[in-house]
Structure formats: C-alpha cells, structure tokens
Design a protein around this ligand. Structure first.
Ligand SMILES: *[C@@H]1O[C@H](CO)[C@@H](O)[C@H](O)[C@H]1NC(C)=O
Ligand SMILES: *[C@@H]1O[C@H](CO)[C@@H](O)[C@H](O)[C@H]1NC(C)=O
Ligand SMILES: *[C@@H]1O[C@H](CO)[C@@H](O)[C@H](O)[C@H]1NC(C)=O
Ligand SMILES: *[C@@H]1O[C@H](CO)[C@@H](O)[C@H](O)[C@H]1NC(C)=O
Ligand SMILES: *[C@@H]1O[C@H](CO)[C@@H](O)[C@H](O)[C@H]1NC(C)=O
Length: 535
C-alpha cells in the first residue's frame, strides 16, 4: 500500500488500499468502531489499533464490525475451520481427565458455570460443556485476568447466535493472550472436536500457569542465578527452563541428583519426593503452619505405588493437580510440566538474594505494546514461541516466519538455523538479522531508515519495534484485503466517515490522510486531532 515508499500512507494510497480491499464497511458502522476506539482520548494509540488486529476485544465494537464485514471468517481466523469432515484425530484421555479436574476446581464456585460443572472426567462432558463458550471464556479470564469483560459473555437463554458470539469471543481472546488459534473455528468448539478443544485449552491453561514464572513478576527467582550470570541471562530463560532450574535448585539443596526433564527423569517419583520435601512449608513463616512430608513412600518397590504415595503428599500441599500416578510413571511431559508449574506457583520456596547489588532496572516488565506484539506473533504460531520479545528474536528466525505470513518470500537456504556453534553463534544470528533487514527494505518495502541487523540482534527496543510495527500493520492490511467482498468503498465514504467521526468528537475536520509508521517508538499513536489518521 505504501506505493511511493516514503513510510507514509497518503490519502491516495489509502484509497487505493480500500479499493483493493473492497472493504464493505457502511459509514455508520465504521463510525461506531472509531467512536468506540477513541472514546477515551483523541488519540488513537497503537494499542487501540492493535485491538482491531486482535479481533476487537470489546464485543459491542466486535458485533458491529462483524456484521459489517459480513463474513463468517474472522480477523484472526482467516484460515477458517480446519477440519475436513471424516478425518479422525486421536486425543489424549489423560489430558482430558487432567483438564476436567483443573477446570472443575478453578470454576467450582462460579455461578455462571453451574449449568455444566462439575464435569465427569471419565465422560465426554468436557466437550459438551465447552460448546457454549462460557467455560472457555472463564478459563481465559482466569489465565490472564481482565482479558474478557465478563458482562460481554452471553449467559442466559442461549441461542445458536449468542453461542456463536461467545465462541468468537473466546477465540478472539485466546489469540489476544498469545494462543495459536489459526485453523480453529467456532464450529470446531461447538461440535466438540476433541483434539482441537484440548489443544487450545492446554494453551490457555499453560499461559495461566506460566504467568508468574518470570523475573519481573517474581524477584525471588534471582535466587536461581548461577555464578557469573546476570539477571538478564536469567530473564532470557523460558518458563520451562526456569522451572527445570528451580527444581534442580531444590534438588541440589536436598543433596539429590539433578534432572534434565520432566519426563523420563521424574518417572520414579524420587525427584518429586525431594522437591516436595524442600518446598513444603517449614513453619518459619508466620501464619503458615509447617507440613512435614512423609517420605516413607520412597520405599515402595513399584513405580505406580510410589507415585501414588508421592501424590498423596502433594495433595497435602494442595498441589495434586494434572497428573495421575500413571502419568508420572509414563513421564507424560505435558502433564508433568503442568504439575510442576502449579507446585511452583503454590510453593516457590525461594528467597530473593540479599546484599547483592543487582541492576533491577534492566528487568522491566514488558510494556503493553511489547506484549501486544509478542502475543500477536505467538498467535500466529511462530516457532520457537516468543517469551521475551527482544531476546527471543535476536536470530531473526521469528521475523522470517512473520515475513512469510505477509507473503514476503524468504530464501531459507540463506538462513542460519540452530543449533548455532558455540563459538561465533552471535555471528550466525547477526547474519540472519542482516538478511531480515534486507528483506524488509527490498521485498516488503518497509521504511527501515537507520535500522541495521545489529539493532535487531542487540535488541534495540526502538528500532526493533519499528520493524515489528510495520510487520503487524502489513499483516492487518493483508487480512482486511482478504476479508473484502461486497460493496465498494469510495474516497468519499472514507473521508466523510472520518469527517463525521471527528465532528461527533468535536475535532477539526480533515481532508487528507497520513500515517506515520516509522516513528512508532516516539509517537506510538496516530494523532486524530491533527491531520493524521489511521484505521
Ligand atoms: C471475534 O472475531 C471475529 C473474527 O474472528 C469477529 O467476526 C467477531 O465479531 C469477534 N467476536 C467477538 C465477540 O469479539
Ligand atoms: C474476569 O475478569 C474480571 C475482571 O478482572 C473479574 O472481575 C472476574 O472475576 C474475572 N472472572 C474470573 C472467572 O476470573
Ligand atoms: C530426559 O533426560 C535424561 C537424562 O537425564 C535422558 O536420558 C532422557 O532421554 C530425557 N528424556 C526425554 C524424554 O527427553
Ligand atoms: C537504539 O537505536 C537508537 C537509534 O540508532 C539509538 O539512539 C539508541 O541509543 C539505541 N538504543 C540502545 C539501547 O542502544
Ligand atoms: C470533509 O471535511 C472537509 C473539511 O471540512 C471538506 O473539505 C470535505 O469536503 C469533507 N468531505 C466529505 C466527503 O464530507
């Protein structure tokens, strides 16, 4: 769309874009959208813009937008439903049982879920219960509080239409919190396609379990630092890595052997026994009575028996979740990871190191914008998952995947792939970053003035965001193009729509559009009070 490649979208370019997009938005509906988005201030922030991408969180807006685009597929779920009818997919019975128990407990007291809870873990209740979207929405809200305004969930006198709305809300919100939801549609959930429901549910649950396993949320994690490491090194670890390190920290204190994974290495329950024993409250904290772990089960000869005894002890800590004895013995990696994460959340048993002058200023939590970008990437299913925006894209592998999402061809033969050699690994990453910048300039025609591979590699916030912003914008515009069918929109429609909106908001009228993307870092908003405007 940025035809003259000056980094701005001029009125003509935008018009051309809308033509190309065939965007059938009647004026009044678009007006409603803009009104909603600009309710709180006269600036349309990047965040607000990204709400559009995230399928419009506010259901009121979403409703009008949905009607407006008059299409079954959504902003995010362009790929539509996944199933060719007739395909059979297997799913894990153990996972189903684990998730059912987890949900039963989590939503036990929720009045809105009384109609389907508690579910029987040994039946197909789960798939029926998820079908109206309520439990799904609740679980999302639980994983990332405030994702869904509960008043927007339809709860009473459900009809196929209101159920559809709930499911859309659940799907949109799942992508907004970083779930990979491409290829899942409302139909899939309504009809209880087991492997898809379980897959999405696991993502939602995992995001909730991992939410606080993060240095910026829990400074006591600094206790896991090893000699010669900085806080930043620690921050780069994924939640899985941190959990493993946490477990080994306690195992070492117990004088027990290290583990390398939560699968084969925990099968005999011995590591778990030691872990429980270490983290159980010792009575040295006021108001928390000690719980002495009974280790006698270690003497059991049979693995399953031992696992059963171990889980009885976990139960005393209120942490017997996700695994059955057989899941421990078989080393089910997913369920054991969840078990350990839950244990961590309940009893981290870490003390923030005293008398160490760490530079905590380098450990800022992420900004809303950064989180938006990160969730956006993850919702597209990039691999590896991005846990830390800058550190996890320092080899540009994720950027290349995003280029492919916006139809910029990547020559994968040119790309260095992990594992990188110990020596000179950064050189390999830097080469990738240089190529990523080149693709942006030459192929995507982005405005990347003053941005070099080095900046991505070193995680320069400002410059990295400038690239990501353009990637996300292009992605959004492409989607709008894909969505387009039905009535055409002319210049006048757009201009008068904006005029009307601004009149409504008592703002100066406008006669042209401008959009400045490459200044996103300093000016991360599009000023509606001046002659800047953006959809
Ligand atoms: C969710 O997104 C779809 C597009 O995926 C949109 O049509 C729908 O209106 C949205 N629903 C809600 C409730 O946000
Ligand atoms: C959902 O989020 C809202 C706002 O944070 C909160 O009031 C509500 O209790 C949450 N619901 C659940 C089930 O966590
Ligand atoms: C777990 O780690 C052990 C070594 O401690 C290794 O032998 C085993 O193959 C690993 N299992 C998995 C599933 O990665
Ligand atoms: C990031 O790049 C900008 C522009 O080159 C520069 O001004 C800034 O100092 C850099 N930031 C860091 C942390 O290097
Ligand atoms: C929008 O407002 C400008 C400035 O008042 C005016 O020149 C233009 O004709 C209006 N356009 C439409 C389509 O209403």
């Amino acid at each position: 769309p940025d035809v003259d490649n000056n980094g701005f979208i001029s009125k003509d370019e935008l018009t051309a874009l809308f033509r190309a997009a065939n965007l059938p938005l009647p004026g009044y509906r678009v007006r409603e959208i803009i009104q909603e988005l600009t309710k709180t201030s006269d600036q349309l922030t990047l965040d607000e813009f990204t709400q559009i991408v995230h399928g419009l969180k506010s259901s009121e807006v979403a409703k009008t937008f949905r009607k407006a685009i008059n299409k079954k597929e959504g902003i995010f779920h362009v790929a539509g439903t996944s199933e060719q009818s007739g395909t059979q997919h297997s799913y894990s019975e153990e996972e189903k049982v684990a998730f059912v128990n987890w949900i039963n407990k989590a939503l036990e007291k929720d009045e809105d879920c009384k109609h389907v809870l508690p579910m029987d873990p040994n039946s197909d209740d789960l798939f029926t219960a998820m079908g109206d979207g309520i439990v799904f929405c609740k679980m999302i809200n639980l994983s990332v509080p405030d994702t869904i305004d509960e008043r927007t969930i339809n709860k009473k006198k459900l009809t196929p239409f209101t159920i559809q709305e709930n499911l859309n809300l659940a799907l949109n919100s799942s992508s907004a919190i970083g779930c990979h939801v491409v290829n899942i549609g409302a139909e899939d959930i309504k009809e209880g396609r087991q492997h898809l429901v379980l897959g999405l549910l696991w993502q939602v649950i995992k995001i909730g379990l991992f939410a606080d396993i993060e240095l910026s949320k829990n400074e006591a994690l600094a206790a896991l630092l090893r000699d010669g490491e900085s806080l930043e090194d620690l921050m780069k670890l994924s939640p899985e890595e941190l959990l493993l390190r946490w477990a080994n920290y306690h195992l070492e204190a117990a004088g027990a052997g290290k583990i390398n994974n939560f699968s084969s290495d925990i099968k005999d329950s011995k590591a778990y026994y030691n872990l429980l024993n270490q983290v159980a409250p010792k009575g040295d904290e006021e108001g928390i009575p000690p719980i002495a772990i009974d280790m006698s089960g270690l003497r059991e000869k049979e693995d399953v028996k031992r696992a059963e005894c171990m889980l009885d002890q976990a139960d005393r800590l209120g942490a017997r979740q996700f695994v059955m004895p057989t899941d421990v013995v078989r080393g089910n990696p997913k369920l054991n990871l969840a078990f350990v994460a839950n244990l961590f959340n309940k009893y981290p048993a870490l003390k923030k190191p005293e008398n160490q002058d760490f530079d905590w200023s380098s450990i800022e939590g992420e900004t809303r914008e950064e989180r938006t970008f990160r969730n956006w990437m993850n919702s597209l299913g990039v691999n590896p998952r991005v846990n830390h925006l800058y550190a996890d894209i320092d080899d540009a592998l994720v950027i290349f995947q995003l280029y492919e999402k916006i139809k910029v061809p990547v020559d994968w033969d040119r790309v260095n792939k992990p594992p990188y050699p110990k020596l000179g690994s950064n050189m390999k990453k830097l080469e990738n970053c240089n190529y990523a910048v080149k693709l942006g300039k030459d192929e995507a025609k982005f405005s990347l003035v003053g941005i070099a591979g080095q900046d991505l590699n070193a995680g320069n916030r400002t410059l990295t965001l400038a690239l990501l912003w353009q990637l996300m914008r292009r992605y959004t515009l492409n989607i709008l193009e894909d969505l387009g069918d039905g009535q055409k929109v002319t210049d006048d429609t757009i201009v008068s729509w904006v005029n009307d909106t601004l009149t409504h908001a008592e703002k100066p009228k406008i006669s042209s559009f401008k959009w400045s993307p490459n200044t996103v870092s300093e000016v991360s908003f599009i000023d509606l009070s001046g002659p800047l405007y953006c959809i």
